[in-house]
Write a protein that binds this ligand. Structure first.
Ligand code: MN
Length: 220
């Protein structure tokens, strides 16, 4: 995944691993078709531009302004689509075993902990306040896009919404958590009830991973 030709990375868990919160068919279609299409379209866009084929995904996103006109919009949409989907898929983990120390994934916490918990308490007056604000942001994305928890350069946490396949990287923010609220992410199971999907997704956020990103951001 360093640079062109970009490859479709496998999901870090089985398609059915997020049941009952996200159904197997949705995960199959979302990963094998939606993400794959972004990967294929990004490669197709870069095919005729060997001078940009050594650029990383992050560089293509953050330095898209340097690209030729013909490349800028396809790269913005498709590099963003690849980055956002991988971040979203990696940011979830199976609900099984949480809270059970003997289970294979018993080390996964269902709620934020450690310094990330402290920061959520500082910036959102607690986890409940964060969940309320984040859920409202995700429900309030007009059309297709994402809601994110991210770290600002000065270390404060923020919630933001992005449209289409825009990313927080172009706003100089370090993302910790994201939810894809395009209809393809939930329509088969939750139909038009995006708030129900958001509530289900909260059960499968990988807070350990988010805490790791937070530690990395603080070390910068
Ligand atoms: Mn999606």
């Amino acid at each position: 995944m360093r640079h062109y030709p970009f490859e479709l990375p496998p999901l870090p868990y089985a398609y059915g691993a997020l049941e009952p919160y996200i159904d197997t068919l949705t995960m199959e279609l979302h990963h094998d078709r939606h993400l794959k299409t972004y990967v294929d379209n990004l490669n197709a866009a870069l095919k005729g531009f060997p001078e940009y084929q050594s650029w990383s995904l992050e560089r293509l996103i953050t330095q898209a302004g340097w690209l030729p006109d013909a490349l800028r919009t396809p790269v913005k949409n498709n590099a963003g689509g690849v980055y956002n989907h991988i971040f979203f898929f990696n940011g979830m983990s199976p609900p099984a075993g949480r809270g059970d120390p003997d289970a294979p994934r018993g080390d996964k916490s269902a709620m934020p902990a450690g310094t990330l918990l402290t920061a959520l308490e500082r910036d959102f007056s607690g986890v409940e306040g964060f969940i309320k604000a984040f859920s409202a942001a995700a429900a309030g994305v007009f059309g297709s896009g994402y809601a994110w928890l991210a770290v600002m350069p000065e270390g404060k946490l923020t919630i933001l919404k992005t449209a289409n396949q825009d990313t927080p990287l172009t706003r100089n923010l370090c993302p910790l958590v994201c939810i894809d609220v395009w209809e393809h992410a939930y329509y088969l199971k939750h139909y038009n009830k995006r708030p129900d999907y958001i509530q289900d997704w909260l059960h499968i956020v990988d807070w350990d991973r988010a805490a790791g990103y937070f530690s990395d951001a603080q070390a910068l």
